[in-house]
Each structure stands twice: as C-alpha cells, then as structure tokens.
Write a protein that binds this ligand. Structure first.
Ligand SMILES: Cc1cc2nc3c(=O)[nH]c(=O)nc-3n(C[C@H](O)[C@H](O)[C@H](O)COP(=O)(O)OP(=O)(O)OC[C@H]3O[C@@H](n4cnc5c(N)ncnc54)[C@H](O)[C@@H]3O)c2cc1C
Length: 494
C-alpha cells in the first residue's frame, strides 16, 4: 500500500534504494517507472545518522556486490545508480533540490531509527514542495498493521502466525520495469571508494566461492530451492549435513528478492507437487518466512532488542565476568571449544559468512548456557560475521535462545552438543567438512572425541589438546551451573 504526501511538478522521480536492492517486485521503482517521468536511482551509505546500527564486516562485503549487481540491472534499463555518502536526510533532500525532483519514492523500513530519519526526510521534502511516496516491500505484514483482537501487538509466535495466515494471500509480485529514462550527468561515488570489501588480508576469499550476490543469483537460488529441496524441507531443514534449506537469508536481508516473490514461489511449487508431505514442507517453509516477519514485529515493539532483555528479570542474570571469559569467548569465536558440532558451526560462519540454523541454535546455546557469557557478546559477533546479519532476526533469535525474549525457549532447555551432533549430523559429515582434523573419526566417535578410546583417537591421528582442543567446559558441570544461575533469577522474581 502506498503512502503519499503528493505535490506535483514536472521534474524526475528519485527512487531511494535501501534494503530493496532489486528491480523486480520493487513497488517504489515500479511507481516511478509508471509515472512516465525521468527516474533517478540513488543509494546512500549513511554511517553518520544517529541511532543507525553500523553494518558488520560481512554485511559490508555483501552490500558491495549487491550494489554492483543493482547498478548493472539498472544500466540494462538505461539508467545509472547514483551512490552518495553522508546523512541520508541531507543527501536525499539536497539531491531532490538539485535535480528539481517532483517526488522521492522509497520502500518502507521498520526500525525506529530508520523510521525517524524517513519522517524527517518527508518533512524536509514537503517544505520544498516535493512529494514523498512510500511503499510496502520488505515485509508481507507491516508491524503496525498486525494487531490482536484486543488491539495489542503480538508477543508470541504461534498466535501471530495464525493471525497473519488468516489475513489472506499477500499480493502477487510486480514485474520489473522496462527501459527507463533518467539524467546521465549526475555525479556518483564508486562502490570501490567505500572500501566495503576487505583487501589485505582478504578474509572474504572463501565467500566468493560460496555466494553470488545480486538479484539474478537470488532468483536462481529461489528457483532451484523450489524445484528441489522445498519438497523435503520439513524433513531435512534441521540436517546439518544436507543442503535442506534455501540459503536465501542474505538475499532477503538485502532485498535482492522480496518475501512476496518467495511466498508465491513456495505456494506454486507446493501446488504443482502432489502429496501431503510436499504441502507440509511448504507450510513449514512459509512458517519460517513468518518467523522473519515476527522478528520485525518484535523489533518494532522493542527498538533496543539488540541491547536490552525483553524480559526485565534477565537484567539480574549472573553472567560470568571472571578473567577466564575472554579466553572462552575467543575459543568460541574461533571454533576451538572442543565440542565438534559447535566448532563446525563457528568455523562455517567464519569461512562463509553463514551458518546453518540448527548450528546457530547450538552454538548460541553453548555460549549462553555452557559458558554463561552474556548473549549480547554472541549477538555482536554474529552481527559482524554473518552475511545475513539482520537488525530484527539476529537479536530476536539470540534472545529466543537466551530465554530472555518475548517468546523464548525455556531457559532449562539446554542443548546437549553431543546429542545435537548425533541427531542432526548422523554420519559426522558436517563436522568432517568444517573440522578436518577430526575427519578420520567414525560417526560414533566424531561428536565426542573426548569420550573415545585412545586407540580410536590414535588411529584417526587425533591427539586431544594438540591436534584438537579438549572441551573447554564439561557438559554436565556446565549444565548444572546454568540451571543454578537460572534458579537465581527465578528466585529473585518471586
Ligand atoms: C542465534 C541466531 C541468530 C540468527 N541470526 C539471523 C540473522 O542475523 N539473519 C537472519 O536472516 N536469520 C538469522 N537467524 C535465523 C535463521 O538461522 C536464518 O534465517 C536461517 O538459518 C537462514 O538460512 P536459510 O535462508 O537457508 O533459511 P530457510 O530455512 O530456507 O528459511 C527461509 C527464510 O526464512 C527466514 N527464517 C528462517 N528461519 C528463521 C528464524 N528462525 N528467524 C527469523 N527468520 C527466519 C530467513 O529469512 C530465511 O532466509 C538466526 C538464528 C539464530 C538461532
């Protein structure tokens, strides 16, 4: 639904790209193209406005490729992508004034700091007689539009899911525009000027073989997922050793594909497949997409989701602060905890900028519960290292694992990293891939090398404490310590 403060003139329409780096199903762009006016496409790297969370390193890497891809698609339609750096408010209002724009279009964002900037831009433009027109694009259900029968926002996932599914089908995706016209002489910075990608050392080297950034790659990823893995999603999504999930998260994060495109592709694939298993898979996948919506719904209610416990009783949680914490945190970040499934996940993250959801849950639980390290430390590390680091999904998921969130895993549910490995990586292939020093161990031994006989370890060339670390905490003792810590905050609230 478009929201407009319109005052017409004959100038061009500026399309301000933000988290929507695509040309298909982009309502802000489609409306600009449909206006018949010249179109100016702009992206602003805003590292100065108050309250905006600076992008992490892996996200900066992704952004660079995504902008290049967008510039190329716009170039095929005969307009360029203008890149500017500075406070968005100043850049956009200056550009609008300089080009005598009739209107500025953008797709809405839902974080409090971003919305505050957007309101200021609307006011500045209105003062100059320039229209601002905003659109719904990155969420299927906008946070302010979803309310329970009592008029309150939701804080529990299942009623939220039930409610939004009853709202009816989201709109169908909008086709990309054809040829566009725009001014050719606008000054632009270059992506390279922004140094978004690492040079020396190039820690993102492996990212290149793992990912193709941009809208075309997002579309291919969706098509191949819909043709293959989607039908088995319900069964395979938790398996660490299989390619059972879509890997669309960074594409969705940067808006190279829209949730509307993903929703309809999933529904279509399900309709053309027969059998209840396919339908169950499509439903499960759509429910995960709705988790993304729910996280944004939570962020809209709790703008400081990344820094403050949703449940205030967690403010008194006895996180460890002793002198061993920095060492434990370092071991966790580097995948050297001595628990193979945790280490495999953390190394996958470091090498590729992405981690399987099951490994994220296990690794996060290990940091919070086994190491008793404040969840915010983990959230910050993920923020910096994930290519899909998301303002809503990341803190909401961390608070979910910690138990401090709105709708959270119960604190007493403490993942056993050995059992999780055995269940979701039954042959040990995920561990073999990411922790190659354990590759010689059998499926029986690989998830708990510290319990294996010495002849088994010798035969596989594993020497604990030398070729692979001994566990940095004992599972049973860590579990008991976590439960005692939880009992303390429970007692305090009585
Ligand atoms: C500690 C922790 C941190 C996380 N941080 C992020 C993050 O920064 N960015 C992010 O996109 N996801 C995050 N997730 C959620 C989830 O792990 C990823 O979305 C998922 O692994 C991405 O892989 P996929 O695209 O193959 O997912 P699929 O299973 O194919 O799901 C499709 C899409 O649905 C959305 N989705 C799936 N699961 C979730 C979920 N649990 N919560 C919210 N959205 C979901 C994603 O957009 C995903 O791309 C986090 C989870 C945990 C436990």
């Amino acid at each position: 639904m478009a929201d407009r403060t319109a005052i017409a003139s004959t100038g061009p329409v500026i399309v301000w790209f933000r988290n929507d780096l695509r040309i298909a199903d982009n309502p802000a762009l489609a409306a600009a193209a449909g206006s018949g006016r010249p179109v100016i496409a702009v992206y602003v790297l805003d590292e100065e406005s108050a309250g905006l969370r600076p992008l992490g390193a892996a996200s900066r890497w992704w952004l660079a490729g995504s902008l290049r891809a967008l510039a190329s698609s716009l170039g095929e339609r005969a307009i360029s992508l203008t890149l500017r750096r500075g406070t968005a408010r100043k850049v956009i209002t200056d550009l609008a004034a300089q080009t005598r724009a009739a209107a500025v279009h953008w797709n809405r964002r839902y974080d409090r700091a971003g919305e505050a900037i957007d309101s200021e831009v609307v006011a500045d433009l209105a003062a100059r007689g320039i229209a601002a027109e905003t659109f719904q694009a990155s969420l299927l259900f906008e946070p302010q539009a979803v309310r329970s029968r009592s008029g309150a926002p939701f804080s529990v996932f299942t009623p939220f899911l039930r409610h939004v599914l009853a709202l009816g089908e989201p709109r169908t995706p909008i086709a990309p525009p054809g040829r566009l016209a725009g001014p050719a002489d606008l000054a632009s910075e270059q992506v390279e000027d922004w140094r978004l990608e690492p040079a020396a050392p190039d820690w993102a080297e492996k990212f290149h073989s793992e990912w193709t950034r941009g809208e075309a790659a997002a579309r291919n990823t969706l098509a191949s997922f819909a043709d293959n893995a989607l039908l088995y999603y319900a069964e395979q999504r938790d398996r660490l050793d299989l390619a059972g999930t879509s890997r669309l998260s960074p594409h969705l994060r940067f808006g190279e594909i829209s949730p509307f495109q993903v929703w309809h592709a999933a529904k279509q694939a399900c309709e053309s497949a027969s059998g209840s298993a396919a339908r169950a898979s499509a439903d499960k996948f759509i429910a995960e997409l709705i988790w993304r919506e729910f996280c944004h719904h939570l962020l809209a209610q709790h703008p400081d989701l990344a820094t403050r416990n949703v449940q205030a009783r967690f403010d008194g949680f006895p996180w460890r602060t002793d002198e061993a914490v920095p060492g434990a945190l370092k071991a966790w970040r580097r995948g050297q905890t001595g628990y193979p499934i945790v280490d495999a996940g953390m190394r996958q993250l470091w090498a590729t900028g992405w981690m399987h959801n099951r490994a994220r849950m296990v690794a996060a639980s290990f940091l919070i519960k086994h190491l008793l390290i404040d969840w915010r430390e983990g959230e910050r590390w993920f923020w910096d290292t994930l290519v899909d680091a998301d303002l809503a999904n990341n803190p909401a998921s961390w608070q979910w694992v910690a138990g401090s969130g709105a709708d959270a895993a119960p604190y007493f549910r403490i993942f056993n990293p050995i059992l999780q490995g055995q269940k979701f990586d039954p042959a040990g292939d995920y561990v073999r891939r990411w922790v190659p020093e354990l590759a010689g161990l059998s499926a029986e031994a690989i998830h708990a090398p510290f319990e294996a006989r010495s002849d088994v370890l010798n035969a596989a060339g594993v020497e604990l404490g030398t070729t692979y670390p001994s566990p940095i905490v004992d599972h049973k003792a860590a579990r008991a310590r976590a439960l005692a810590a939880f009992a303390r905050i429970k007692d305090e609230t009585r």
